[in-house]
Write a protein that binds this ligand. Structure first.
Ligand SMILES: C[S@@+](CC[C@H](N)C(=O)[O-])C[C@H]1O[C@@H](n2cnc3c(N)ncnc32)[C@H](O)[C@@H]1O
Ligand SMILES: [Zn+2]
Length: 202
């Protein structure tokens, strides 16, 4: 795609770009807010935590990676198989071969999450997030039954929240309770599937 540079008069001098630092992605394929860090989690392995206060609506991550068919997950090295994130019925964003997981790969699931999706790859805070809080989303916001693949998503949840669903499945997006709770925060492709389901019920 050809891209022309913006007119100089429309460009801001560097000094005005207060968040220039946080725009760097340092050779990674995802953008990860400088307000976040990865460390050990009580829920599972490593997780993502807030090291500065995050306000409601703030973007925390832009997910990137290799677009793969869901079936390709089976061909990945086992150390990479837990990280791909579904972006459509047939596709995930993941990392192939010798790649290492990036900070953006370490978001754990919570049944009482503080983040949700805008589009398919932007993760935003659904409420303000305190320093030290684990930053999570509900995997039910992105996962659905994959078309033409034998891979089934099911996970025993250890989020320990009061409303923990205990087992997270690829059918959770169909739960009316979650459709209400996460309205506007499902991955776009699921938001559209939900709208179609609701139209068909009328
Ligand atoms: C994208 S990784 C998250 C990072 C992971 N904690 C790590 O250290 O690599 C997804 C995996 O983390 C684990 N996980 C995430 N949230 C969980 C939860 N609420 N309960 C149990 N396991 C969880 C599951 O094994 C899942 O397949
Ligand atoms: Zn849970």
């Amino acid at each position: 795609m050809a891209r022309i540079s913006g007119r100089p008069e429309n460009r801001k001098p560097l000094g005005e770009m207060s968040s220039m630092q946080s725009l760097q992605i340092n050779g990674k394929s995802s953008w990860f807010s400088s307000k976040l860090e990865v460390r050990k989690s009580e829920t599972h392995g490593k997780g993502v935590f807030a090291k500065s206060r995050i306000i409601a609506g703030e973007r925390v991550v832009i997910f990137g990676g290799d677009v793969m068919a869901i079936d390709e997950i089976d061909d990945l090295p086992s150390r990479l198989q837990q990280y791909p994130m579904q972006i459509e019925e047939r596709f995930v964003l993941g990392r192939r071969g010798t790649a290492k997981p990036e900070p953006a790969d370490f978001f754990n699931h919570s049944c009482e999450p503080n983040c949700g999706f805008k589009g398919q790859i932007f993760l935003v805070a659904m409420r303000s997030i305190r320093i030290g809080e684990e930053v999570t989303f509900d995997y039910g916001m992105v996962v659905s039954e994959s078309v033409s693949s034998d891979i089934v998503f099911e996970m025993d949840c250890r989020c320990k929240t009061q409303r923990c669903r205990k087992i997270i499945t690829e059918n959770d997006w169909k739960l009316k309770m979650l459709q209400q709770k996460y309205k506007g925060f499902f991955s776009q492709y699921l938001q559209e599937k939900i709208a179609a389901l609701q139209r068909s019920r009328r």
